[in-house]
Write a protein that binds this ligand. Structure first.
Ligand code: ADA
Length: 549
């Protein structure tokens, strides 16, 4: 399944999820797409290049569009042995148009490469795993002369009610001017414009409409609407359907406001990883994660440390979970940020994230550059550039960059919301309340004061099944529960904060390179569930705190 709703009634779309042929490190045979090759016992630790092939048939000659939701981490795409696309970053989608493909059967071949090298600035040995394979769905679309490339919806609200601003981007694939009608439809209002699109050109059309009495999207009642655009030239040619929600996000002093009402984010950090399936989390397991987050009393989720599978974001839209979606970067040192590919790969990733996920009402915050080099002059310049890029791409959502460089970070003033990762009780044995006071004093000095602040990570490691009812030693389930109880008792009762995110929802695999000494069983074990979603004692601790606040 590509999305949780149908995006086209007119355009012909085939979901290429299913069995492909693979050839990965001499292991050949059928493989399911999407999946990671690490799910194959023979490839559990393979890092390298793999090839996947599938054939498809076209009834008539047409331009086709191939959409890859995620190939990890570097992809090359071939149609009938011709290289048609290359892409870097396992967590961002990409597409390619192949014009004039003849009727008949064709071969699609994808190579995926998950090796670490200087060519990869963002996928590096890290406290999560960079898997290999076609890890998110693939779609084959049959296009005509003109297609609707994108619809971007921006809601706003004032004394007269709600307003919609919609931007539609259309591309003319032919070398002649094309004339036609573009119709928008949203919540019973339809609007049609006549358009001429120059040969081989792309054009963007904006439409605005008022909705005085529409029902807004809220966590309690996550109302969604279909936004449709149709392109006709005498007869229907193409369409695009997005699913949107009316809601606003803004800050007032230390408060974060959703639809002008102060909210407190009771959240989890969640890596996209599930037991033997790696980062290609099956849809049923995504649904289980949402059900679990609801059971825990959470209302928010951080997609640490990269953009997520859109099906999961669709589930967040439907279930009223507020999302902090984060760009792809974790703990990069200044030397890593000075990799010659860093700026371009990060900029491409930011653009892909915002462009692809702009319409999700659930996303209320964009995050960037978790725990990177914000304490150096050269690093700070890179922060400033990425903040500026994201602000240009989207003015409707606040930005934040979680820091761990306490008292030395230089970038707090760039944040709309300041986010800090604090591990009292685990990495730092000190009083949580006193430590928070010290942190906030510093944050207010660095900013204009009275700033929205989120504790973006706190937690403790526990090996599931390692119980120590008498001693509560570190690494026991009991000690993890104690630490989370202590932290939550302070943070949930502090009016200066607007949210907390437990580190982390579930255990996740990490790379052996650089991490084996700190991570028993090669997992980051700070989950309140293990990697198969079996709960630890801390599950009930967090549930108790989140459901009674
Ligand atoms: C950091 C980081 C996380 C994780 C965590 C930990 O704050 O942002 O990705 O590594 O620490 O478990 O130590």
């Amino acid at each position: 399944m590509l999305r949780l709703f149908k995006q086209h009634q007119i355009r012909t779309v085939s979901d290429l999820s299913g069995i492909w042929q693979m050839n990965v490190n001499h292991v050949t045979g059928p493989a399911y797409v999407p999946s990671c090759w690490e799910q194959n016992p023979a490839l559990r630790t393979y890092r390298g290049v793999g090839t996947y092939t599938k054939s498809f048939t076209l009834a008539t000659e047409a331009p086709i569009r191939l959409v890859f939701k995620g190939v990890s981490h570097t992809a090359s795409v071939y149609v009938d042995d011709q290289l048609v696309a290359e892409h870097y970053n396992g967590y961002t989608p990409f597409d390619v148009i192949v014009p004039h493909l003849a009727a008949g059967t064709h071969e699609l071949r994808v190579t995926a490469d998950n090796r670490f090298s200087e060519a990869s600035a963002l996928h590096v040995p890290n406290d999560y795993y960079s898997y290999g394979g076609i890890t998110r769905p693939v779609a084959l679309e049959v296009l005509h002369d003109v297609y609707i490339a994108r619809l971007a919806f921006t809601p706003s609200h004032d004394a007269s009610g709600w307003h919609a601003t919609v931007a539609a981007t259309l591309t003319n694939l032919t070398d002649q001017q094309q004339n036609g009608q573009l119709s928008f439809n949203l919540a019973e209002i339809t609007h049609t414009v006549s358009l001429s699109i120059k040969a081989k050109a792309t054009t963007t059309v904006t439409w605005q409409a008022d909705y005085p009495t529409i029902t807004p999207w809220t966590p309690e009642d996550p109302q969604l609407y279909a936004l449709t655009a149709n392109w006709a030239q005498g007869q229907p040619v193409d369409d695009l359907i997005e699913r949107i929600g009316f809601r606003t996000v803004r800050m007032a002093g230390s408060k974060l406001l959703l639809n002008d009402t102060a909210i407190f984010l009771k959240g989890f950090n969640r890596h996209e990883a599930f037991g033997g399936f790696g980062c290609a989390v099956p849809l049923a397991a995504m649904v289980q994660d949402i059900q679990t987050l609801k059971d825990l009393g959470a209302n928010a989720l951080r997609t640490c440390h990269y953009p997520n599978d859109e099906r999961f974001l669709d589930l967040c839209d439907e279930n009223g979970l507020m999302v902090w979606e984060e760009n792809h970067a974790r703990g990069l040192s200044l030397a890593q940020m000075q990799n010659p590919h860093f700026d371009a790969q990060a900029a491409a990733g930011n653009e892909a994230m915002v462009t692809a996920h702009y319409n999700h009402p659930a996303i209320i915050i964009w995050g960037l550059l978790n725990e990177c080099s914000d304490d150096t002059e050269a690093g700070a310049a890179k922060y400033a550039a990425q903040f500026a890029q994201l602000r240009a791409l989207d003015q409707s959502r606040p930005l934040t960059a979680a820091t761990c460089h306490h008292f030395t970070a230089r970038c707090l003033a760039l944040d709309d919301i300041v986010s800090t990762n604090l591990y009292t009780g685990w990495y730092q044995d000190c009083d949580t309340k006193a430590r928070l006071d010290k942190e906030l004093t510093w944050i207010y000095q660095e900013t204009k004061g009275d700033q929205p602040v989120i504790i973006s990570e706190f937690g403790a490691s526990a090996l599931r099944g390692n119980n120590d009812p008498l001693g509560h030693a570190k690494w026991s389930e009991e000690r993890q529960a104690d630490i989370l109880a202590d932290n939550l008792a302070v943070y949930l009762n502090d009016q200066r904060l607007c949210g907390v995110f437990v580190w982390q929802f579930a255990d996740c695999r990490v790379t052996e390179e650089k991490w084996f000494e700190r991570r028993p069983a090669l997992n980051n074990n700070k989950g309140i569930l293990d990697e198969y979603r079996r709960p630890k004692l801390a599950y009930l601790t967090v549930k108790q705190a989140y459901t009674t606040k």
